[in-house]
Write a protein that binds this ligand. Structure first.
Ligand code: TLP
Length: 344
């Protein structure tokens, strides 16, 4: 089975498992796990921040960042198809008590003018804008990359209004590898930022959330415990994360090449609509037009032929490349798609 549903499906390699088995561990709620501490130091250094906290998931990293920087009743400016909006079970409302001010875009990248227009005026009738969240790369936008100049301009606006910013950098290293802009250069513009180890970097579990501010770091730790994310001998997992940071960042470029290759194969299929220039990293979003079959029927037909991918809207599909798919798998995926999507 070729699995292009997500880069979350990657399994730890033998070498990564070896590193996990050998990990030195301690109780991380006491701050005594040496492997977790090492991973946190590496993550802080990579993103150019003073503090990093290891958390079980990207969702928890985002939710802690929202929780510690807002008050109930605040509003958070966010792109309308952001992961925080679509896939986090309403946690921002349920756990932080904030309202999301969702701003629509074509491919996930907010225009600075949209952000400025979304900031609430200081008026007795309106609620305060408490946070601005950006997602880089943008998942539902098709792995799109935030241009650094756009982030810089949004940052200027945020600073002028005294509003903090959070970066959902679940796939930040995909942006780093695609552009050559360092993770620290991106993260510099945000009070909090997160990235995931368990996507293209190939670790089984874990994300990091970073900040430069000691009180914010302390609050992140406190709320991690409150949200049930305080882990004990987590060094077993952190060892996989260290392995991922040491071995699996630069190879993300292969995933990007595979995504472009898949896009070229998809383009040859008459029922497929896709803009190849929009494939910037490891996510390929495409539409199937003029088919009488439902998206779920198409997904089932592909599965029968040995290919897994996700339907993400009426006629829209998402394929994600990652370190467990080879160039040959991509060629085979293209063949299966061509057979299934050409049939009526
Ligand atoms: N994304 C997953 C699903 O949850 C949709 C995927 O398959 O792409 N931020 C972004 C931008 C993400 O894409 C994800 C996961 C997360 C946060 C959450 O990470 P986890 O799954 O670790 O909570």
């Amino acid at each position: 089975m070729i699995d292009l549903r997500s880069d979350t499906v990657t399994k730890p390699s033998e070498a990564m498992r070896e590193a996990m088995v050998r990990a030195e561990v301690g109780d991380d709620v006491y701050g005594e796990d040496p492997t977790v501490n090492r991973l946190q130091e590496m993550a802080a250094a990579l993103l150019g921040k003073a503090y990093a906290l290891f958390v079980p998931s990207g969702t928890m990293a985002n939710q802690l960042s929202i929780r510690v920087q807002t008050k109930p009743g605040d509003e958070v400016i966010i792109e309308s198809r952001a992961h925080i909006v679509r896939y986090e079970q309403g946690a921002a409302a349920a756990l932080a008590g904030v309202q999301l001010h969702m701003v629509p875009t074509d491919r996930g990248v907010l225009d600075p003018a949209q952000v400025e227009a979304a900031i609430r005026p200081k008026d007795p009738h309106t609620l305060p804008t408490g946070l601005i969240c950006l997602e880089n790369t943008h998942n539902s936008g098709g792995g799109s990359i935030y241009p650094l100049a756009t982030i810089e301009r949004i940052r200027e606006i945020a600073l002028a209004h005294g509003i903090p910013m959070h970066l959902d950098g679940a796939r930040l290293f995909n942006a780093v590898v695609a552009t050559g802009v360092s993770a620290a250069e991106y993260a510099r513009h945000f009070e909090t930022g997160s990235f995931c180890l368990s996507k293209g970097l190939g670790a089984p579990v874990g994300s990091l959330v970073v900040t430069n501010d000691r009180p914010t770091a302390d609050k992140l730790r406190r709320f991690r415990r409150m949200y049930g994310g305080g882990m004990r001998q987590a060094g077993i997992l952190a060892a996989a994360g260290i392995y991922a940071l040491e071995h699996n960042i630069s190879r993300l470029k292969e995933d990007h090449e595979h995504a472009r290759r898949l896009a070229r194969l998809l383009q040859k299929i008459p029922t497929v609509s896709l803009e190849p220039d929009h494939v910037e990293t490891n996510i390929v979003i495409f539409d199937v037009v003029g088919s009488s079959r439902s998206a779920q029927d198409i997904v089932a037909a592909l599965k029968k032929e040995g290919l897994l991918l996700n339907a993400v809207g009426g006629t829209t599909f998402r394929a994600v490349t990652h370190l467990d798919v080879t160039t040959r798998d991509i060629e085979e995926a293209g063949r299966i798609l061509s057979v299934v999507l050409t049939k009526e």
